[in-house]
Design a protein around this ligand. Structure first.
Ligand code: AHG
Ligand code: MN
Ligand code: MN
Length: 351
């Protein structure tokens, strides 16, 4: 913690970092500030959710046929409302909305697009277990600055992200983000209403002793994955095995722990769900950018996540990410598996 003894608010940090941005017009900084406001509002509501009767489902389904809980809807609307009128965006996309979320006609269209998972870990909402918000920002590729963006602006490969981050509503609310110059973390002080810099230039440990995967899916795993996880459970004091297993079931929280403590997080493709469960554009890509910016590795099981070329807004991608030594070891097991590419009969997976 290099800033011990000094208070650096996120506002100050964004302003200080502005010169590092490729296109330092100030619009990008204002965009980030608007997003922080949305996150403060969601954090307040998440904190209150245990006290008021906000829990339960709305009875509606989102575009993936999943049950939508009230806080998901609230968070989605909050981000849209906070970002729609800023003049920085030409469009948005969310896990909870089918297509491009437009910017109103009478509002200026900006140079960026925002993709987000408004609330990640919705199965944990009812039970006070950590949930989060994930976001990903790109520059528009369509040339007409005064026009609404289109699908080409939204569906870009992850290496083109100009910023990515998440908020985690845990024992504290923390905000972790990168603009391509390392990863910084801020902790929210609700009495001040400020995010204060708590860790700058986070580096993921070279190797860690935790692995994080839904072992309930092990019957569907390919052989390489099964062999890798068995390897982690063997007794070998020299390599500190067995490793400890940790799984919250909120991807952003599991990846956050992996970022801070090291180790590996996996939501792999398997015989039942070849592309795993997580969504490429607003879960896998932003988490992969953060992990890489902290010195880690993020692959889809074989290839670098950020090089994947997306085809649709809501497509899924496997994710294997974490400390470089752990991911390399996982890859060596996966590559040995001759049937690892096998495609299942049942390609569509339930959520
Ligand atoms: P969301 O709540 O945004 O739909 O995402 C839930 C995801 C992710 O957060 C988590 O890692 C995963 O679901 C857990 O899935 P399993 O229950 O299959 O392990
Ligand atoms: Mn999610
Ligand atoms: Mn979600």
């Amino acid at each position: 913690m290099p800033h011990r003894g000094s208070f650096i608010t996120i506002e100050r940090h964004i302003a200080d970092q502005e010169h590092l941005h490729l296109y330092a017009t100030g619009a990008f900084s204002r965009l980030l500030r608007d997003l922080m406001l949305a996150i403060r509002v969601i954090s307040r509501e998440v904190r209150r959710a245990g006290l008021v009767d906000i829990f339960g489902t709305t009875g509606e389904e989102n575009v993936h046929g999943e049950r939508v809980r009230k806080l998901d809807v609230f968070s989605n609307e909050t981000i849209i409302r906070a970002m729609r009128y800023g003049g920085h965006l030409c469009g948005m996309a969310s896990e909870e909305s089918e297509g491009l979320i437009p910017i109103p006609e009478n509002v200026a269209k900006g140079s960026y697009v925002l993709l987000f998972d408004p609330l990640d870990g919705s199965s944990n909402i009812d039970i006070n277990v950590t949930i989060g918000t994930i976001f990903s920002i790109y520059r528009r590729v369509s040339p007409d600055i005064d026009r609404l963006g289109d699908m080409n602006d939204l569906i870009q490969p992850g290496y083109r992200q100009v910023a990515a981050g998440y908020a985690l509503y845990g024992s504290s609310t923390v905000l972790v983000y990168t603009t391509g110059n390392g990863v910084d973390m801020f902790t929210y002080d609700p009495t001040l209403g400020e995010f204060l810099l708590s860790n700058s230039t986070i580096r993921i440990p070279e190797r860690g002793g935790y692995y994080s995967i839904n072992e309930g899916n092990s019957s569907y795993w390919h052989e390489g994955m099964a062999n890798y996880i068995s390897h982690l459970k063997e007794i070998d004091p020299e390599t500190n095995r067995p490793y400890s297993q940790r799984y919250i079931g909120t991807a952003v929280a599991d990846v956050h722990r992996t970022l801070m403590y090291g180790g590996i997080f996996l939501y792999p493709g398997d015989k039942k769900s070849p592309n795993g469960k997580l969504r490429l554009m607003y879960e896998v890509n932003p988490l992969a950018m953060l992990i890489e910016q902290a010195g880690g590795v993020a692959i889809d099981g074989r290839n670098r996540v950020l090089d994947l070329v997306p085809e649709t807004l809501h497509e899924r991608s496997p994710l294997v990410c974490g400390s470089p030594a752990n991911v390399e070891e996982a890859l060596s097991f996966i590559e040995e598996d001759p049937v690892g590419e096998e495609v299942s009969e049942n390609q569509s997976s339930p959520s």
